[in-house]
Design a protein around this ligand. Sequence first.
Ligand code: DGL
Length: 215
Amino acid sequence: MKLGVFDSGIGGEAIANSLRLTFPDAEIISVNDHDHVPYGNRPQTEIIQLTDTAIQPLLASNCDIIILACNTATALAIDSLRQKYPTQKFIGIEPMVKTAAKLTKSQIVAVCATPATLGSVRYHKLVEKFGSDMHIIEPDCRSWAQMIENNQVNYNVISQTINDVCDQGADVIVLGCTHYNWIQNEIVELSAGRAKVIEPSESIGKRVKQLLDLS
Ligand code: DGL
């Protein structure tokens, strides 16, 4: 089995590592677009074009599945890519609004994601479908992906944001950008006893098994 993993930057490595654990015998090829990261502050047309260009090596390698390990590329580009490459199987990643709705007791949830994801039609549909009974806080995380990519994380900024959403009553924090997986431990620590932190890497493995009919 050959799996292709794409992200604008190092967020995809977090997902690829988790897939390597789930599928030790699979060939996992991972590509990114370090020259153009972050995608999250760019318009949709650019995100589509950049993602399309960046996944060409994965298409050329005949991957069984291409995983867009990027919430931003999924939100803005997966529909066009599916249309353009109808025989290629794609899996995308989306903020876990549905899971958050099941877990929250306070009915207050924080979704940490890029501006492009939060402004996308796909995300709004997700919220409409699963999040209409809860209050969703969307803190400003626009600088996070770049900080993480460059290994220059300002933990004061992260801590202020996480404390702020917890103070507003959020009991679930959704990591809606794969870059944030690299600071997940810090976020879990900052919100300990107040909020659960969720991200979808585990469910991607399940989706791969489903799509390829593996049990
Ligand atoms: N890792 C990407 C995501 O999951 C976005 C980072 C970026 O802004 O490029 O949304």
